[in-house]
Design a protein around this ligand. Structure first.
Ligand SMILES: Nc1ncnc2c1ncn2[C@@H]1O[C@H](COP(=O)(O)OP(=O)(O)O)[C@@H](O)[C@H]1O
Ligand SMILES: [Mg+2]
Length: 243
């Protein structure tokens, strides 16, 4: 939407550095996440996308300045940052396979399980599966549990790491539908490799390479530019995968 001014930032990341031992993984990452819509965080494998989300949520050792609605959070612990309003859906859908779907959800809030209205609204496939062991669900259903667990809380901002990784095209579409619905009310910072999905739901893109931001701007413009996507991401839109 080029006719409206950009929304104010809900999250600002400035000069973010992460070092693991001798490895300087993030080398001064700086970007803003607008208070509405979807910001896609893109880049080749291993460039630091997951590390960026972990640094924001306090799960990676970081320096730099991170502000949520103008308040500095870079020295806060993860529990406080989550209470402050940032939800995090990690890569590899960390569900507890030995617990039921309902128990996985109640870990967040004992009062809200599979019968919570948000589950029926966004994850109809989980309704009726409350007593099923999460480890016996399909990969797509496990991703839905992982998303539902975070969406049971009220979040001011969601960080979501590769939610469609390894999913069949039909499930990619289902996850995309959920993300698009959630994004109507909550800003998302989304790591996603599926460019058709990025084209469908993202407003802004931030591209990282070798620990630095190398591009930011309009999502549709990037995805429409095959030379630029090849240069920045090493992929072309002919890649398979529906959204
Ligand atoms: N806990 C860790 N210890 C050491 N190196 C790590 C750790 N986590 C990630 N890295 C390294 O940091 C780099 C960025 O990783 P990551 O953020 O997972 O990349 P991406 O999500 O973009 O694929 C990689 O080279 C990875 O090997
Ligand atoms: Mg990653």
């Amino acid at each position: 939407m080029n006719d409206t001014p950009p929304a104010a930032a809900i999250l600002s990341v400035a000069d973010l550095h992460v070092r693991y031992g001798g490895s300087h993984v993030l080398q001064g990452v700086t970007f803003d996440v607008p208070a509405t819509g979807v910001t896609a965080l893109l880049g080749r494998n291993g460039v630091g996308k997951t590390t960026t989300l972990k640094a924001i949520i306090g799960l990676a050792p970081r320096t730099g300045r991170i502000t949520l609605r103008g308040n500095e959070i870079q020295s806060q612990r993860t529990s406080r940052i989550v209470r402050g309003g940032i939800g995090y859906v990690p890569e590899d859908r960390e569900v507890f396979g030995g617990l039921t779907v309902d128990e996985n959800l109640r870990l967040v809030d004992p009062d809200r399980g599979v019968d919570a209205p948000v589950v029926a609204k966004l994850f109809p496939d989980l309704v009726g599966r409350g007593d099923q062991q999460a480890g016996t669900l399909s990969g797509g259903q496990q991703q839905m549990v992982s998303l539902a667990r975070v969406l049971l809380r009220r979040n001011d901002l969601l960080l979501i790491d590769e939610p469609t990784k390894g999913l069949a095209p039909k499930l990619v579409t289902e996850v995309a539908d959920v993300l698009a619905e959630v994004a109507r009310t909550t800003p998302l910072l989304l790591v996603e490799q599926n460019l058709p999905l990025v084209r469908r739901i993202a407003d802004q893109v931030v591209v990282i390479d070798a620990g630095r931001v190398v591009h930011h701007g309009d999502a549709a413009a990037l995805v429409a530019d095959p030379a630029l996507t090849r240069e920045l991401l090493g992929v072309s839109m002919r890649r398979k995968g529906a959204a």
